[in-house]
Design a protein around this ligand. Structure first.
Ligand code: ADP
Ligand code: AMP
Length: 214
């Protein structure tokens, strides 16, 4: 099964993608996570990506596409995957379609997690990410047992630089300009399914499972 998670930054794509990956035992591929890992390791790619990420801009397509295509070659992708944060532009979607078509494959679903802009700043300013394992929490909607400490690995939690309100507004604009058109793009391919992302995360998950079972 090959799934794309669509939705604004902070809509809950990562949260749902992790739950789906666990349930179906397929990898969760987050380009944002890959860039953050590169930044942490101080790679050239990480240095380049950081310049854009800190401003709330998209990393150029040419730095993203090859990265994902390479990731697909790994053994764990043979039964499918969940894409989170990719594709984010029409050229990225076209590159993905082309690469899949070349091997006789296609995406099965594009799940659009719908959350209005008014909720997004609140979601992102409350998001906390673990510096160790990358798990994400929310101070109000999904708190850790001990404040500031990851439930899974015990490391410290941080507010991502690009989750600060001034950057979030930029990211939302970029989303509407460059990523939202993908809903139409995949709509034309007949694979978009909308879910209400404003309800409890377990209810969002059940709505997605319901879609996938049909
Ligand atoms: P995205 O991957 O789309 O950027 P995340 O999955 O990281 O978004 O979610 C953004 C923030 O909102 C996180 O702090 C997460 O814990 C929280 N969150 C995710 N889904 C929900 C939900 N259904 N209700 C409330 N908060 C949520
Ligand atoms: P995310 O973790 O998905 O919210 O991504 C964080 C940031 O990484 C984005 O704001 C972009 O700067 C960058 N990024 C992640 N995925 C992509 C992508 N597919 N194309 C361009 N930039 C991306």
């Amino acid at each position: 099964m090959k799934i794309i998670m669509l939705g604004a930054p902070g809509a809950g794509k990562g949260t749902q993608a992790k739950m789906l990956a666990e349930k179906f035992n397929i990898p969760h591929i987050s380009t944002g996570d890959i860039f953050r890992a590169n930044i942490k390791e101080g790679t050239e790619l990480g240095k380049k990506a950081k310049e854009y990420m800190d401003k709330g801009l998209l990393v150029p397509d040419e730095l993203v596409v090859d990265l994902v295509m390479d990731r697909f070659k790994a053994d764990d992708c043979k039964d499918g995957y969940i894409l989170d944060g990719f594709p984010r532009t029409i050229p990225q979607a076209e590159a993905l379609d082309k690469a899949l078509a070349a091997v006789g494959e296609k995406m099965d679903y594009a799940i659009n997690v719908d959350v209005p802009d008014e909720n997004i700043v609140n979601r992102m300013s409350g998001r906390r990410a673990c510096v160790g394992c990358g798990a994400t929490y929310h101070i109000k909607y999904n708190p850790t047992k001990v404040e500031g400490i990851c439930d899974k690995c015990g490391k410290e939690l941080i507010l991502r630089d690009d989750d600060k309100p001034e950057t979030v507004l930029n990211r939302l604009k970029v989303y509407h300009d460059q990523t939202q058109p993908l809903i139409d793009y995949y709509g034309k391919a007949g694979i978009v399914r909308d879910v209400d992302g404003t309800v409890d995360m377990n209810d969002v998950f059940n709505a997605i499972l319901d879609i996938l079972s049909k």
